[in-house]
Design a protein around this ligand. Sequence first.
Ligand code: ADP
Length: 227
Amino acid sequence: MNNMLHLEGVSKVYNAEKHNEVNVLRGVDLSVAKGEVVGLIAPSGAGKSTLLHIAGMLDAASAGTVQIGGQDVGGLSERKRTMMRRQGIGFIYQFHHLLPEFTALENVVLPQLANGISARDAEARGLSLLDKVGVKNRANHRPAALSGGEQQRVAFCRALANKPLLLLADEPTGNLDPETSDRVFLALMEMVRGEGLSALIATHNMELAAKMDRVVRLDQGRIVAAN
Ligand code: ADP
C-alpha cells in the first residue's frame, strides 16, 4: 500500500435533517502517494476546506472511506484517532494560529512536549526547523513581533514538529502579499521535500500549484485532474 492518504467515495451533506441539504462533496476519490505533493485547486465555496477537514479527521464524512497510512480511520477508537491527529497529521491554515503568549520556538516545542518528546530534543528539532525556513534568528520573539511571512514560516515548523505522515494545508500563503507569498511558499515546498512528506496543499495560485507533483481540481463535489 503506497498511499499515505486515500479517500474513496467521500461525500458530505450539511443540514441533512433540515430539508435544505447542501451536498458539498459528492463522491470524492483521491489518493496521495508516499512522498507525493498534490495541489488542490477549487473556487471559493467548492468544498476545499470541508475536504481537508475530513482528510485531517477534524470532521466526519457523511459517506465513504478515509485511509491514512493504510489505516481506515473510520474504524479507529477515539484514543487512536486522537493519536493519529496529533502524530500523523500536520495542518496549516491560511492564518497562522500561533499562541500569542509564547515565543516562536515555544510554539514549535509545545506540540512535541505534548507528544512525549524531551524538552532538549524538542528544542533541537524546533531550532533546526526554524533554521530551515530562515527564522531561527526570531526564535525568542513572540508572534506579534514577527511579520506575516515570518509568522507563517513558524506555523509551518509547528505543523512539521512531530514529523507527521501527512501535511494538509488550506491556502497556506493566502493571507500574504503576492511577493511574500511566493517566497514563503517556496520555503514550505523546500521543507516538505526535505522531510519527504506527503502533502495535500490547497491554493488559488496556479503558478504555485505547478510546483507540485500533481494538481487536482474540486469540481461539482468531485475530484478531477487539473493538468
Ligand atoms: P471552500 O473551502 O472551498 O471555500 P467550504 O468547504 O468552506 O468551501 O464550504 C463549502 C460549502 O459548504 C459552502 O457552500 C458552505 O456554505 C457550505 N458549508 C460549510 N460548512 C457548513 C456547515 N457547517 N453547515 C452548512 N453548510 C456549510
